[in-house]
Design a protein around this ligand. Sequence first.
Ligand code: PGA
Length: 252
Amino acid sequence: MRKNIVAGNWKMNKTLEEGLTLAKEVNESLKGADLKCDVILGTPFIHLASVVGVVDADKIAVSAQNCADKEAGAYTGEVSAAMVKSTGASYVILGHSERRAYYHETPEILKTKVQLALKNGLKVIFCIGEVLEERENNIYFDVVKSQIVDSLFDLSGEEFSNIVLAYEPVWAIGTGKTATPAQAQEMHAFIRKTVADKYGKEIAENTTILYGGSANPGNAKELFANPDVDGGLIGGASLKPADFKAVIDAFN
Ligand code: PGA
């Protein structure tokens, strides 16, 4: 069964104390709620274990925003997938456009990270999406397809079942400029077909495909109403508990 998911991506925001306050507020806002989706909080590394400790595990899962492309050893400053898993986190966001652009994460590096994450029992929220120029030049389907093929299509069908895809058009991230529901649906249907062509219809139907990029309480309902949009990866709006809850409520 395909899951609906609303995942927050806090990015590099919130001190530990502020993050714990936010996590507690989100947790409180979901008490007694009849949730129609899974909820995930994507926090900085240093928050993971503490956030796991203050949220109700039956309602909220916790995610890292990155992990190392190496297993262990002399890689100063890096955090391995095994370390992420040991905090009680169950997901890791990989391939975010900010990591691709600012930290030069190539499809090859991301492929290694995905494999290490899965090997260590983490589920992966894998981000894909075109930049504005690629959309304007009408190559956005090819770009997104390559991102999927290059980093994920070495996985077995069973491994792929632990991947959540997040379509995040780069021109929509943090810009206040959202993809229209029609643009999102068009791309999500294409992504699902790409998965079906490789892994078959059943796995494709069971794959959760999130939309990300300026999703907020004002547009979430319209976006999530599309048959191939199974929720959202929420940046800015995930930092405000009331807004994040309102996005979750878009499924009700
Ligand atoms: P945004 O970020 O909601 O602030 O646009 C989304 C993301 O980058 O995951």
